[in-house]
Design a protein around this ligand. Structure first.
Ligand SMILES: NC(=O)c1ccc[n+]([C@@H]2O[C@H](COP(=O)([O-])OP(=O)(O)OC[C@H]3O[C@@H](n4cnc5c(N)ncnc54)[C@H](OP(=O)(O)O)[C@@H]3O)[C@@H](O)[C@H]2O)c1
Length: 266
């Protein structure tokens, strides 16, 4: 019989946290603990009272019991609380999966440092489709080189504040990797400010903000007389939770290291 594997969720009261709690039964993982912000009104409350569809009889907690099982710690919280979650995973020797965005350079290096001791996946987008798109974009870029003009177009809901999206930038990095160049040196995020013709090798970004769009990304490769477009549309936030759960199942028991969502695809 296979030993049970336990997920400890940090940021459990958030939108992603609640999706993960609801979708957990679709995975092979059991809930070790659901952690919320210290002082949250949900501390000590039954999870099932707040998350419809959650099939667990535990309560929300604000700290991890030293005796609680933790095979993987998953964090979908906030930049302010990310480092504490990472430290907890290191302390427990658990795998770490995080989708928290807005990390500063120090937190990025904390992540790399922790990966010397535990297996880690951080991704700005846990969609399985985007992971595959990234791979296809890198491959197309490698084949076409700088002979293709590349423009990356992303659309998100009207509330999104940053642009271009982290995923658009991630796709730009895949284009740059395919060409073996550094994205920063060729990225154009504000063409209106340039007031000049397109320069060879540029990788352009355009951002649309409208309605309730969850997330759409298109990478256009334009050659003389032909165009190739690779696109992904996200229909529901649950897809990120499903992808994160798949990553959590995959990473448990791996050697220490910094893995990518693409690695999870195999
Ligand atoms: N990688 C992906 O695929 C993906 C997909 C969606 C979202 N995200 C990212 O995941 C994160 C969470 O997204 P969300 O939509 O679930 O946001 P959310 O609904 O705002 O939830 C964030 C949760 O973090 C908790 N939190 C905030 N500060 C905290 C602190 N100092 N200590 C402990 N807990 C704290 C909040 O607690 P309270 O409820 O008490 O405020 C809340 O429950 C964001 O960074 C978002 O950009 C990533």
């Amino acid at each position: 019989m296979t030993a049970a594997r336990y997920l400890v969720l940090h940021g459990a009261a958030g939108r992603m946290g609640q999706s993960i709690l609801r979708l957990l039964p679709e995975s092979s993982l059991k809930l070790g603990a659901a952690l919320v912000r210290p002082g949250s009104a949900w501390v000590g409350e039954p999870i099932a009272d707040h998350v419809s569809g959650a099939k667990v009889d535990q309560e929300f907690l604000d700290a991890l019991d030293p005796d609680a099982e933790c095979s993987v710690l998953m964090d979908f919280s906030h930049g302010e609380s990310f480092s504490a979650a990472l430290e907890l995973a290191r302390y427990r020797g658990a795998a770490f999966v995080s989708g928290t965005t807005g990390l500063n350079p120090l937190q990025q290096s904390e992540l790399a440092h922790a990966a010397q001791h535990i297996p880690v996946i951080w991704s700005a987008n846990f969609s399985v489709g985007v992971a595959l798109l990234t791979r296809l974009v890198r491959e197309a870029s490698r084949a076409l080189g700088s002979s293709a003009d590349v423009e990356i177009v992303e659309t998100h809901h009207r509330h999104k504040q940053d642009a271009p999206s982290g995923t658009a930038w991630h796709l730009g990095q895949a284009v740059a990797e395919g060409r073996e160049i550094v994205l920063d040196t060729v990225a154009v995020t504000d063409r209106a400010a340039l007031q000049s013709a397109r320069q060879p090798g540029e990788i352009g970004f355009a951002s649309l903000r409208a309605g309730d769009v969850v997330g759409e990304h298109t990478v256009l490769f334009a050659l003389e007389g032909e165009r190739l477009t690779l696109s992904h549309s996200a229909g529901h936030r649950d897809l990120f939770a499903r992808g994160a759960l798949r990553a959590a199942e995959w990473i448990i028991g791996r050697p220490a290291g910094l893995y990518r969502m693409e690695d999870v695809l195999g």
